[in-house]
Design a protein around this ligand. Structure first.
Ligand code: GDP
Length: 459
């Protein structure tokens, strides 16, 4: 356990010796059992131009066929993709009884639009804006469709279910219901990458730099040199230097192996050795070929020999996965997630809160206080509710005004009809009176009536 204690509290800790068995020595076993039972979640994203070998790398990394083999002729087609379509694949894989829900996010088409400024910006914004669906569901511009597919079972890792997500930006507000489906059915961190592997072929292009600059505060970035089997040792050395210089020049933070007080000198030096190899020169292949001495190895066969993926003398792939204790994906997977939660997510949340006008004391974020976190989340929620309430009020007022106007109009119409009817009745009454008068004029006229009508009796 990593404990964060205030110094004054640390000083007042009293050391006591136990007189009997309490049971907390079993805590690591409990955590272990619980973790194995629950399984783990891990999200990774691969970024780079198409054809760089991203899908092959993912298949090689997780020793499964997450991505089906692509047809090279299709790949070489000059047709530019319409958009940077972000595709996510979620797979349940199992190794020695430990379950891992793996989400791999791919960005086919990234970098294939460098000559189109508008498309480039749209693409970058799409990739850069992996808003946490849990934090900003209403502002989330992604609409997601899923189509489950079954996957074959391979080697020591088994893939039980695979779900493909296709995430494309929609300019119009997609329906709330589809977002709700998204939030309910997707793992929390679907667009929140614990690891982003940026594959570069030769050197960092402005687009790569722009992408890294935008995302380094959000994710653990691991730059790799793709298809390193096509480069000479000297070229790899030069490219590594060039990429690191670019990264330093642009103040981009890339993945760093964690260091603990309890790490022994051997671990520290092995970590250093691995870190010194970043950006890792990678060779990807999910196929087995026959190597020297009839060995079956994962690799690529050339007329001059075989390049072995898992051979550390051939490439740095082992730094990513197979190096038993110190690679980012074997030992440090949990650290990557911790760093994402404690640092990257906290920074993101601070940015969001500040944008909403909620001021924070930056020192607070060094120590994550769960109560404070809850309070901030509550405030955030209330701000959202207040915004929704005021919007609803406005809608309500507009509706009331509309209703009032309609009522007034129908009242006026009613009054006009009433007036019309009244006039018609009055006309009718006058006509009847006239008729009555005419009828009466046929009767003998009483002296009184005669007088009224001006008759003269002297006639
Ligand atoms: P993506 O478009 O980036 O996902 O690229 P793919 O993984 O589909 O790979 C494109 C082509 O490059 C395929 O023909 C792969 O066999 C080949 N490829 C993948 N990785 C390597 C590698 O490390 N070295 C070489 N020489 N070719 C590779």
């Amino acid at each position: 356990f990593k404990t964060r204690r205030a110094p004054e509290l640390a000083n007042s800790v009293i050391r006591k010796k136990l007189q009997g068995y309490v049971g907390f020595a079993n805590l690591p076993n409990q955590v272990h059992r619980k973790s194995v039972k629950k399984g783990f979640h891990f999200t990774t994203m691969v970024v780079g131009e198409s054809g760089l070998g991203k899908s092959t790398l993912v298949n090689t990394l997780f020793n499964t066929t997450l991505y089906p083999a692509k047809n090279d002729t299709v790949e070489l087609s000059p047709e530019v993709p319409k958009t940077v379509e972000i595709q996510a694949i979620t797979a349940d894989i199992e190794e020695n009884g430990v379950k891992l829900r793996l989400t791999v996010v791919d960005t086919p088409g990234f970098g294939d639009f460098v000559n189109n400024e508008e498309r480039k910006h749209r693409g970058l914004n799409q990739i850069e804006n992996p808003d946490m669906p849990c934090l900003d569901p209403v502002g989330n511009p992604y609409s997601i469709t899923s189509r489950p597919a079954s996957m074959p079972i391979l080697n020591r890792r088994t893939v039980s279910t695979v779900t493909r997500w296709s995430i494309t930006a929609s300019t119009h507000a997609s329906t709330l219901s589809s977002r709700r489906v998204t939030r309910k059915s997707m793992p929390l961190s679907i667009l929140w990458f614990e690891v982003t592997i940026l594959a570069s072929y030769a050197h960092l292009k402005p687009l790569d730099i722009e992408f890294m600059r935008r995302l380094h505060t959000r994710v653990n970035l691991i730059p790799v040199i793709a298809k390193s089997d096509t480069l000479t040792e000297e070229e790899i050395r030069v490219f590594k230097e060039r990429i690191l210089a670019d990264i330093a020049h642009h103040n981009i933070h890339i993945y760093q192996a964690p260091q603990y007080e309890y790490d022994d000198s051997e671990t520290i030096s092995e970590n250093r050795e691995i870190m010194a190899k970043i950006p890792f020169a990678i060779v990807g292949s999910d196929k087995e070929v026959e190597a020297e001495g009839g060995r079956r190895v994962r690799g690529r066969k050339y007329p001059w020999g075989v390049i072995e993926v898992d051979n550390e003398e051939h490439c740095d792939f082992h730094c990513l996965i197979d190096f038993p204790y110190h690679s980012p994906l074997s030992t440090h997977m949990e650290e990557l997630k911790e760093y994402t939660n404690d640092v990257l997510y906290e920074n993101y949340r601070t940015e969001k809160l500040m944008a909403m006008g909620i001021q924070q004391d930056p020192s607070v974020f060094k120590e994550v206080n769960p109560l404070q976190k809850m309070e901030e989340e509550r405030q955030l929620h209330e701000t959202k509710l207040a915004k929704m309430e005021s919007e609803m009020k406005m809608v309500f007022q507009a509706k009331v005004q509309e209703k009032e106007a309609k009522l007034k109009q129908s009242e006026e119409e009613l009054y006009a009809r009433h007036k019309e009817m009244k006039e018609a009745l009055e006309k009718q009454r006058l006509e009847l009176e006239e008729k009555k008068r005419r009828i009466e004029s046929g009767r003998p006229i009483t002296p009184e009536k005669k007088q009224k009508k001006g008759f003269s009796f002297n006639k």
